[in-house]
Design a protein around this ligand. Structure first.
Ligand SMILES: Cc1cc2nc3c(=O)[nH]c(=O)nc-3n(C[C@H](O)[C@H](O)[C@H](O)COP(=O)(O)OP(=O)(O)OC[C@H]3O[C@@H](n4cnc5c(N)ncnc54)[C@H](O)[C@@H]3O)c2cc1C
Length: 287
């Protein structure tokens, strides 16, 4: 049984932003695939008094993979990512994450923006997008702004989105041709399991030295985070096994995991180290 709320289903982005402009006076929740929100409303974790269905808004759909930039509309579903050879070429980590995301039915409706906006540190599309240096575009009636995904999360389930804003798209500059990008989700099962540790990396090597290092960690802190000290160790250096091991240990030191029903904090730290070492070493072999 759902709590009562008013429902708007606008046909245009402008119409949705008009409704969202009332946020502040009322608690308004955007509804995309509903795979988080409807469950939260049913369990009374969320109690919006107005819901804005985004399902008719074509402006939030579609993907564009250009020569320089990749753009994903807010309403892009996990299944749509998996069906795109262009995304597979431009963002392998996103495909790695999509393959182990929930089950088929959820993938068909779960959206990229919903995954970001739910604010979970275990949201599986976020580490890949962070490893791609993605930016989030937010729109309100008063204009549009762009926030680096790395700056988007302010704390556990706290983010930079104002109540009157919608995420409209996610975009990033295309990786250089020599970059290798991947993600690994450690969980009790492949798919339909909440992540214990998620690690996404982007590594590029030029002239024997690491020219780009991005390491993003999921489910091991209140927010998905970049392991920037580990990245700094790698960038500009020759990637020896010793340096990779040092950077992996450094990444483990940068997270702040909790003990919970799925794993202990120690296990999470240990797996951050092991997975970082593995993914960076694999990238070096592939690059
Ligand atoms: C059985 C099951 C398995 C799951 N497995 C996984 C998994 O393996 N990995 C994983 O990461 N998640 C998983 N999830 C969680 C969920 O499917 C994802 O987080 C999904 O991406 C949420 O997207 P959605 O479109 O359904 O969002 P919704 O439920 O519609 O919304 C989620 C939140 O985002 C907000 N929102 C939605 N769109 C916008 C927008 N454009 N602008 C601003 N705010 C917006 C909503 O108001 C709400 O707060 C699972 C859920 C279920 C039920």
């Amino acid at each position: 049984m759902y709590a009562q709320f008013d429902l708007d289903i606008p046909d245009t982005l402008a119409g949705a932003l008009e409704v969202m402009a009332g946020a502040g006076r009322r608690d308004i929740a955007p509804l995309a695939g509903g795979t988080n929100l409807l469950i939260d409303i049913r369990s009374r974790r969320e109690r919006p008094d107005r819901v804005v269905g985004l399902g008719n808004i074509g402006e939030l759909c579609g993907m564009g993979v250009g020569a320089d930039r990749v753009t994903i509309g807010a309403r892009t579903t996990v299944s749509e990512l998996l069906a795109s050879p262009e995304i597979a070429a431009a963002a392998p980590s996103l495909i790695d994450a999509s393959k182990v995301f929930a089950g088929q039915m959820v993938r068909n409706t779960a959206t990229v923006a919903g995954n970001i906006a739910c604010g979970s540190p275990a949201a599986d599309l976020v580490p890949p997008l962070m490893s791609l240096d993605a930016e989030v575009t937010l729109a309100s009636k008063s204009g549009t702004r762009t926030v680096a995904l790395d700056d988007y999360f302010l704390g556990y389930k706290k983010d930079a989105r104002r109540a009157d804003e919608l995420i409209t798209k996610i975009s990033w500059s295309r990786l250089p041709d020599n970059a290798v990008n991947s993600f690994y989700k450690l969980a009790r099962r492949k798919g339909d399991a909440i992540t214990i540790t998620g690690v996404a990396v982007t590594i590029a090597v030029a002239g024997g030295k690491c020219s780009m290092a991005r390491i993003a960690l999921g489910a091991v802190a209140p927010v998905v985070l970049r392991a920037k000290a580990a990245e700094a160790l790698l960038e500009g250096a020759a990637l020896t096994p010793e340096l990779i091991a040092e950077a992996a240990a450094c990444a483990a030191g940068e997270c702040s995991p909790v003990d919970d029903i799925r794993a202990s904090a120690d296990y999470r730290r240990h797996t951050v180290e092991a997975l970082t070492r593995r993914l960076v070493s694999q990238a070096l072999r592939k690059g």
